[in-house]
Design a protein around this ligand. Structure first.
Ligand code: KG4
Ligand code: ZN
Length: 343
């Protein structure tokens, strides 16, 4: 089975071809970062328009580079939510229309399921069940993953997501948007001992997170500095990153001990963070747990994870109906997809 995957939930147009026997055949990505940077955040209408401009050229490109003819495709997967409604509708409309014209089934994929399964694109791939730390721009969740579509949320952020905290903190330090990776880079030059920020909610029972207070603490500290020089900026960035990473690691340790799961899988854009990866590897070593990471380009949004998740669901017999829908808000534990035989 060979599936074309399309991701357009936010500001990245991603397209990929995944083959059940041969694995990922190819993928390409267009990032709108420069388009939105001048506004300090994603402008939804501009995002939709840019997806329209880029989606078909990217589909053509990936079909060409993977030497895939439309006749070789067994299905089309598109991100159906959660995300920006206009952006989602572009991918859904194009995906559903291509499926109709190629006479193959279509499937609407949950964006977070794509992230959760992205590590399956690597070798070795994790086996079910596993604990997933999903850390993206919109979500921070600890999830017990029992199988395809079987997701139990063990804990989540009660306010800002980890990626959102990275982006907001980067912005207030004058690092532009989206600043997560820029802040992480700057933090490598920072002195870890100069500032210390609290590790939110670690003294409370449970597996929930809260990151919005941390951002306020950074703001107060940054504004109080007589000299906002480059070294101070790097030192604040380092202290912030350490606080987020420590908090995530402490909660992962707790979740692994509570669930007795022996595999930890990282997912989402913040999963590209090197310090987080180092600390989680150390944790996994100490607990004799195996940790799995998608390559950094598959931590952030991409078409490959959607092609993979869609392929799994199509192989399980699921199909989207002829109509299509975008679901901007969509809970991960509610992933029923209508089992119709419609192509
Ligand atoms: O998963 P993703 O691409 O999009 C969502 O589905 O939200 O995640 C994007 C988030 C952004 O907040 C970005 O700043 C953050 O991931 N991010 C990072 C790094 N690379 C991307 N945060 C920390 N360190 C990084 N290296
Ligand atoms: Zn994402």
């Amino acid at each position: 089975m060979r599936v074309l995957g399309i991701e357009t939930s936010c500001d990245e147009t991603g397209v990929a071809v995944y083959d059940l026997e041969q694995g990922l055949l190819g993928h390409c990505l267009y990032s709108q970062v420069e388009l939105h940077a001048q506004y300090g955040g994603v402008v939804p209408e501009l995002a939709s328009r840019d997806h329209i401009r880029k989606i078909l050229p990217l589909v053509r490109e990936v079909l060409t580079t993977t030497a895939t003819t439309p006749q070789q495709l067994d299905g089309i997967a598109y991100t159906a939510g959660p995300g920006l409604v206009g952006a989602l509708l572009v991918g859904a409309a194009v995906g559903r229309s291509l499926a109709w014209s190629y006479d193959v089934p279509a499937i609407g994929v949950h964006h977070l399921e794509g992230h959760l399964l992205a590590a399956m694109l690597e070798d070795p791939a994790p086996k079910f069940p596993f604990l997933s730390l999903l850390v993206s721009g919109g979500h921070t969740q600890l999830i017990k993953v029992l199988g395809l579509g079987q997701y139990q949320i063990l804990g989540e952020s009660v306010d800002d997501a980890a990626g959102e905290a990275f982006d907001k903190t980067a912005k207030l330090l004058g690092l532009g948007y989206p600043g997560g990776a820029v802040l992480a880079n700057l933090a490598t030059h920072g002195d870890p001992k100069r500032f210390t920020f609290p590790r939110p909610m670690v003294n409370r029972q449970g597996l929930d997170f809260s990151f919005s207070g941390l951002k306020t603490q950074v703001m107060t500290t940054w504004k109080a500095q007589a000299s906002q020089d480059e070294q101070t900026r790097a030192d604040v960035a380092r202290a912030f990153e350490d606080a987020v990473v420590d908090t995530l690691v402490i909660k992962c340790r707790r979740a692994l001990q509570q669930t007795h799961l022996t595999r930890l899988v990282i997912a989402g854009g913040v999963g590209a963070n090197q310090r987080l990866r180092q600390q989680l590897s150390a944790l996994a070593n100490s607990l004799k747990v195996k940790v799995f990471y998608p390559r950094p380009e598959f931590c952030t949004d991409n078409g490959a994870m959607i092609a993979y998740a869609g392929c799994c669901r199509l192989a399980a017999g699921e199909r989207a109906s002829l109509g299509f829908n975008a679901t901007p808000r969509w809970a991960l534990h509610n992933l029923q997809i209508p089992r119709t035989a419609t192509k």
